[in-house]
Each structure stands twice: as structure tokens, then as C-alpha cells.
Design a protein around this ligand. Structure first.
Ligand code: SAH
Length: 265
């Protein structure tokens, strides 16, 4: 078939050279050549349309993730769903697991740590309910993905990570993607972040046996804390601090998070 086209082109060129100029422009032989050239010119565009770029493929998978894994399980907050559709999760996982970035489970991020399942990120974000001007503290930066999601919904996001390499690489990922309202610090979340306290919202993404008092103290009256709590079987707990400083808590669902380590461990 390709040979035929080349042969056709060859023969029409021969004919064209012997024809008067006027005919060259408007005659049927020229039209055939123009048509074939046009077809060739269009071919790359057709090829691009058929094979979407990796970014477009990830975007597509992100939309499916939100529908099938997150909305289908009851997360409703439209702002949470919107950021989950927008933040490129594939940029936060190691290259080796990038093709699985939108799968329905946690993924390894090195140093024995994991990035949470997308549904759990969305559920905890919805439960935390950060508002536009809130100052939020996260314990356990990990890959930086949860921090990225929260930073789009809050005013300022502060995140503490105990593994120095993870703190550095998360800060770099967030910086390179333009998340300017996030500050990552290497350190032990059990010590809180006194310089930046109080916080309107606090989220833990590593599980302590019980909620550290220092973090409850750094929560502003009227604020909220969300954490996986327990040893072995953990539960996501939502703590609400009333205007007069009293706390009430409720449990959401059983989960399995990495344990929150102490600096000496
Ligand atoms: N939010 C992360 C998930 C992180 S997994 C993300 O979106 O990728 C939990 C993280 O908590 C791990 O990176 C672990 O190193 C960190 N961590 C564990 N104990 C900690 C502590 N005491 N202080 C701060 N970070 C801690």
C-alpha cells in the first residue's frame, strides 16, 4: 500500500512537469498530490490523538480513581474531590511504582514507609475539614502527597517528618511542583511545633498508641485533630476541641498505618 502511494506520487510528478503551469495549480493531478501530502501532514496529529501523553493518561486515571475509589465509598466534599482530581499523585511515588500510583492500595516510598491508599487520604482530608485560611500541622510528611492535598484547601501547611531523607525529598517534590504554602521540617512529631502553634487543624499519618498530649495542647480551641490511633489494630479518630478547650472524640474506621516512632527508635 505504501509502495503504491510512492509510485503514484512519482508518476504524477512526471506528468506534472510536462503540463502547463495553469493546469499545475488547478488540475486533477495536482489535486491528488495535494490530497496525499495533506494526508501525510495529518498523520502525526492522528498519531498524537491516538496515543495520549503520560500526563494525560495519569490525568485520566486520576478521574477514574476519584469516581471508583473515593466517591463510590462515600466521600462527598466537592473541594476534596476537586483537589484529588488535580494533584499528580504519580509525582510523589518512586519511579519503580509509578505505574501503580492510582491503584487502590498504599505504596512503598522507601525507608519502610508508605504513601496511604488514595481513599484514606481523601477520607481523612474530608474528616479534617481544613478551611481556606487555616494553619494546619501534619505529622508524617512521607512522600508529601497528603501535605500537597491539604495545602490546596488550607492557608498554611506545616509538616514534620522523622526520616531526614524523606523530609528532604518531599520538600523538593513540593517545591518543584509549586506548592508554596507548605513548610517541611525534619524532626519528631511527638514534640509538636511550638513556634508555629496553635493550629486550626492537626493530622497524623503515622499511628501513635494514643494521641500525644503535646499535639492536643497545640490545637486551637474550636480546632480539630484526625489521627490513626492504636497498636496493631488502629482506628481513625476525630478529636474536636470546643471553644472552652474541652475535647470530644469519635472513631471512623479500622485502618493499618505505620507506627509513629520516637526519635530514639
Ligand atoms: N502522609 C504521608 C504518609 C506517610 S507514612 C504521605 O502522604 O506520603 C508515615 C510517615 O510518618 C513516615 O514517613 C514516617 O517516617 C513518619 N513518622 C513516623 N513517626 C514519626 C514521628 N514521630 N514524627 C514525624 N514523622 C514520623
Amino acid at each position: 500500500m505504501a509502495d503504491n502511494i510512492i509510485a503514484m506520487l512519482g508518476s504524477s510528478r512526471l506528468n506534472l512537469s510536462s503540463l502547463p503551469t495553469v493546469f499545475l495549480v488547478s488540475g486533477p493531478a495536482w489535486s491528488t498530490q495535494a490530497l496525499v501530502s495533506l494526508l501525510f501532514a495529518l498523520m502525526p496529529a492522528v498519531a498524537v490523538a491516538q496515543a495520549p501523553t503520560p500526563a494525560a493518561q495519569y490525568q485520566n486515571r486520576r478521574l477514574i480513581m476519584v469516581e471508583d475509589q473515593i466517591k463510590a465509598r462515600g466521600v462527598k466534599n466537592p473541594d476534596v474531590l476537586a483537589v484529588m482530581r488535580n494533584v499528580p499523585r504519580e509525582c510523589f511515588v518512586p519511579e519503580s511504582v509509578r505505574p501503580q500510583a492510582y491503584d487502590d492500595h498504599p505504596l512503598p516510598i522507601g525507608f519502610g514507609q508508605t504513601i496511604s491508599q488514595p481513599f484514606i487520604v481523601a477520607l481523612m482530608t474530608e474528616a479534617l475539614g481544613p478551611k481556606k485560611n487555616d494553619r494546619v500541622l501534619e505529622i508524617g510528611t512521607g512522600s508529601g502527597y497528603q501535605a500537597a492535598i491539604l495545602s490546596r484547601l488550607a492557608g498554611e501547611l506545616y509538616s514534620i517528618e522523622i526520616v531526614p531523607e524523606l523530609a528532604r525529598s518531599a520538600a523538593e517534590t513540593l517545591r518543584s511542583l509549586g506548592f508554596r504554602n507548605v513548610t517541611v521540617r525534619e524532626g519528631d512529631g511527638y514534640r509538636g511545633w511550638p513556634d508555629k502553634a496553635p493550629f486550626d487543624r492537626i493530622i497524623l499519618t503515622a499511628a501513635p498508641p494514643e494521641i500525644p498530649q503535646v499535639l492536643l495542647d497545640e490545637l486551637r480551641p474550636g480546632g480539630r485533630l484526625v489521627a490513626p490511633v492504636g497498636v496493631g489494630v488502629q482506628k481513625i479518630v476525630v478529636v474536636q476541641k470546643s471553644a472552652d478547650g474541652k475535647t470530644t472524640s469519635r472513631s471512623l474506621l479500622p485502618v493499618r498505618f505505620v507506627p509513629m516512632k520516637k526519635e530514639t527508635e
